[in-house]
Design a protein. Structure first.
Length: 451
């Protein structure tokens, strides 16, 4: 029997949403400077802007919240959180943070020296910005196959090991402060990274004494793909696979708003005690005491449950399956998307859908605005508006919150994109009228280019 119908949960609490009239959407979008980050959630029908902190918590997580210990120092909730993170990652030194970018800031403030290189399979926005803020130079090494959005190759999130090896040989290890391996690879369409690739990168890093940190915000989804696609892992649990991944690294940063199933929170974990001591001092300055790190005890308690739930095979099968269903529906209707789909989002190729809009006129931003006007759906541009000249594609990311939307909601997304594709020639490009810097997309303002 086809198991695509199977759901490992039932809905206990619902939140009302509404689709405001088209004329009102037009006014709201103009007031927002054609930047969907500036819209109020009350004006959104289906919100696919991000999967970060937007998921639904389980009854076990809500129960844990009621038992949260709000002691400033040494709370029971931190002890539970610390035990959970250590059990999953194996790292002995753990610091909670209020979210992933805070973990990036604390780590990079203590571990990076200005002028050095930081290498990655592909940096996402805040990680890249935090590297630049330290006066370092971020460099991406995606595999060549990742630049073909239609190839059916697995693990297109991998780092190009040959290019990495050549770069290290050319620049020498002393010039490289760190390697950051992002799993799954968000900028590269949420593509997973194979364990073989993690192992190869780890061997290079250890041979040259370069610290390797994993950006682990979607490590559970990545482990699910390893289980499905990589030889020898079909009988392994996602937890066992994640442990093996972490065993190959010197530490990790994580936004627990993704595969921690939390609405807030993150952490930084490592093996190096001396680095931990420096990071702990920095954490006290910018986040809070080391046993709460900018979080309430109730948040730590909820994350302790969510980090384990995110590794359950039934949950992951449903999570990744929902993304695949949307990707297959869109592809079947002729909507150009990055293939194969990753674990958290479908990436619509706005450059192909709107070939008449050149990259400097932000086709991804134009398509995201058209999607909101058509059906009240909010999505995120991952292209020239977000990444500037670094953008290899002009994507619109449809990031699916965890345990939130039904198939009927996603069918509305398909219908809206079909309608837009039918009148694509009417969609004009955008010009940037305000905003600069590596994080400009959060606050930028645009305006349509009139004929």
């Amino acid at each position: 029997m086809d198991s695509s119908w199977y759901k490992p949960f039932k809905i206990k609490v619902v939140e009302p949403i509404r689709l405001i009239p088209r004329a009102e959407r037009e006014r709201k979008l103009k007031e927002a400077g054609y930047n969907l980050f500036n819209l109020r959630s009350a004006d959104i029908y289906i919100d696919l802007l991000t999967d970060s902190g937007t998921g639904a918590m389980s009854q076990a997580q809500w129960a844990a919240i009621m038992e949260g210990d709000e002691a400033y120092a040494g709370s029971r909730s931190f002890a539970l959180f610390h035990e959970t993170v250590r059990e999953i990652t194996g790292f002995p030194y753990i610091l909670p943070t209020h979210q992933g970018r805070a973990a990036e800031h604390v780590l990079f403030s203590c571990a990076l020296e200005p002028g050095k290189y930081v290498l990655s399979n592909t940096f996402f926005d805040t990680t890249r910005a935090n590297v630049i803020a330290r006066g370092c130079r971020p460099v991406d090494f995606p595999i060549p196959e990742a630049l073909d959005p239609e190839s059916d190759r697995p693990f297109k999130g991998n780092m190009d090991v040959d290019a990495l090896r050549s770069f290290v040989a050319e620049k020498r290890a002393e010039a490289i402060a760190m390697i950051v391996l992002t799993i799954t690879n968000n900028t590269m369409a949420g593509q997973p990274v194979s364990l073989a690739n993690v192992r190869a990168v780890s061997e290079i890093a250890r041979a040259h004494g370069i610290p390797l940190f994993v950006d682990a915000c979607r490590h559970a989804e990545n482990s699910f793909f390893i289980r499905e696609w990589e030889s020898g892992y079909a009988e392994k649990s996602p937890l066992e696979i994640s442990r093996e991944v972490f065993s190959l690294a010197d530490g990790c940063i994580m936004s627990a708003k993704k595969d921690g199933l939390g609405n807030i929170g993150g952490f930084l974990a490592m093996r190096d005690e001396a680095l931990f001591v420096r990071c702990r001092e920095r954490l006290i300055l910018v986040e809070g005491f080391p046993t709460y790190g900018g979080l309430a005890g109730r948040d730590l308690a909820a994350l302790s449950v969510g980090l384990r739930e995110a590794l359950e095979i039934d949950y992951l099968r449903d999570r990744v399956g929902q993304v695949r269903w949307l990707a297959e529906r869109l592809r079947g209707e002729g909507i150009p998307i990055y293939w194969p789909p990753g674990g958290h989002a479908v990436y619509v190729d706005a450059g192909k859908l709107l070939p008449h809009v050149p990259p400097y006129q932000f086709p991804g931003q134009a398509l995201a605005c058209a999607l909101y006007l058509e059906a009240g759906i909010r999505a995120c541009e991952v292209g020239a508006a977000m990444l500037g000249e670094e953008a290899r594609f002009q994507f619109v990311r449809l990031a699916i919150p965890r345990r939130v939307y039904t198939r009927e909601h996603l069918e509305a997304v398909v219908t809206a994109l079909i309608r837009i594709a039918g009148k694509r020639e009417e969609i004009q490009g955008m010009r940037l009228v305000a905003g600069e810097g590596p994080l400009r997309h959060f606050l930028a303002r645009f305006e349509p280019i009139e004929d």
